[in-house]
Structure formats: structure tokens, C-alpha cells
Design a protein. Structure first.
Length: 131
């Protein structure tokens, strides 16, 4: 590294710095992502900074659909509220275990029985029955 020209040194150092930042952000994205149901409110924290909170009574629909059109195994749990078309939040099965997503669905429906579930979220609950 010491015998390379200065432009190459800067390029290498810049590339290594960018790789380090990418790894750090990836770790933040998985380590500091969680969801909880507390006192009738569903709370979700994504990548440490993006926080969502909603009264469970406002949730109207839950869908478990592919995150990307070309990859059917990667799915996300989309939670909708007030009959809105756009989801309030998204919980990816790449960050949450399917069993955990099934528990979240079950807990939300137990708190608000008016929540509508699509066929895939129902299938997920059947795959991981509650204890």
C-alpha cells in the first residue's frame, strides 16, 4: 500500500471506508429492528432511526405478500390502517422469522378482531399455530 501512487492509495482507502460504512449500516438494519405491542399500540423500529407507532384499533388490514415481484420467497408483512391503500409499515421476513411474524399477526388480531387478513397471512398463522 505504501509503494502505490497517491491516487491509488486514496481510491483504496475510500473503497475500504465505503465498505465499512455499508457493513455498519447493514448491522444497524438487523440489530436495531424490532416490533412490539404495548398497551394497545403497535410499535415498530427499523434500523434504529425509523420509528412507527399506531393504535391497534386503527389497523384494518394485514397482507403477507412478496417484497419484490421477481423473488417470491422474500415476503413482507404489510400493515394497513384506516382503510388506506398504502401500508403503514412493512415487516420483512428477511429481518423477522416467519414464526415471529405469525405471532405478531395473532397478537394484533387478538387485540382488534376487525383486522382483515389475506390468504397468505392466514396461511402463515396456520403454519405456526399459537401455543
Amino acid at each position: 500500500l505504501l509503494i502505490t501512487p497517491p491516487v491509488t492509495q486514496r481510491t483504496i482507502i475510500g473503497s475500504l471506508s465505503l465498505m465499512g460504512i455499508t457493513v455498519l449500516l447493514g448491522l444497524l438494519g438487523t440489530r436495531f429492528t424490532h416490533a412490539s405491542l404495548v398497551d394497545g399500540f403497535f410499535k415498530s423500529v427499523n434500523q434504529l432511526f425509523f420509528r412507527h407507532e399506531i393504535a391497534v384499533s386503527r389497523i384494518t388490514r394485514i397482507r403477507y405478500i412478496p417484497t419484490w415481484r421477481f423473488q417470491k420467497k422474500l415476503r413482507s408483512l404489510y400493515i394497513h390502517y384506516d382503510d388506506g391503500w398504502a401500508p403503514w409499515t412493512e415487516l420483512k421476513n428477511s429481518l423477522y422469522k416467519e414464526k415471529t411474524l405469525a405471532e405478531i399477526i395473532r397478537d394484533l388480531v387478538a387485540t382488534n378482531s376487525r383486522i382483515q387478513l389475506d390468504e397468505h397471512s392466514l396461511a402463515l398463522m396456520r403454519k405456526y399455530p399459537g401455543e
